[in-house]
Design a protein around this ligand. Structure first.
Ligand SMILES: [Zn+2]
Length: 75
């Protein structure tokens, strides 16, 4: 856990309504599903990122192919 977890705790303490049980872990799952992550440098991309942009990242940053950096990406 890094700074993100601390900020999350702060927000929860400041908010008047208590967060729903399990909302935090659910958020984590949702975030993981939302993001495309480069397996080479761990840079996250929005799920809406287009294939050419990911291809460009793989080629320009790593001289690799889309499949090398984003094996889970399905066009
Ligand atoms: Zn990368």
């Amino acid at each position: 856990m890094g700074n993100g977890a601390k900020a999350q705790q702060k927000r929860e303490r400041n908010s008047k309504a208590p967060p729903a049980k399990g909302s935090k872990s659910q958020l984590k799952v949702n975030e993981a599903a939302k993001n495309i992550v480069c397996t080479t440098c761990r840079q996250p991309f929005m799920i809406t990122t287009r294939q050419p942009a990911l291809e460009q990242h793989a080629q320009n940053k790593h001289s690799k192919t889309l499949a090398d950096c984003f094996p889970d990406f399905k066009p």
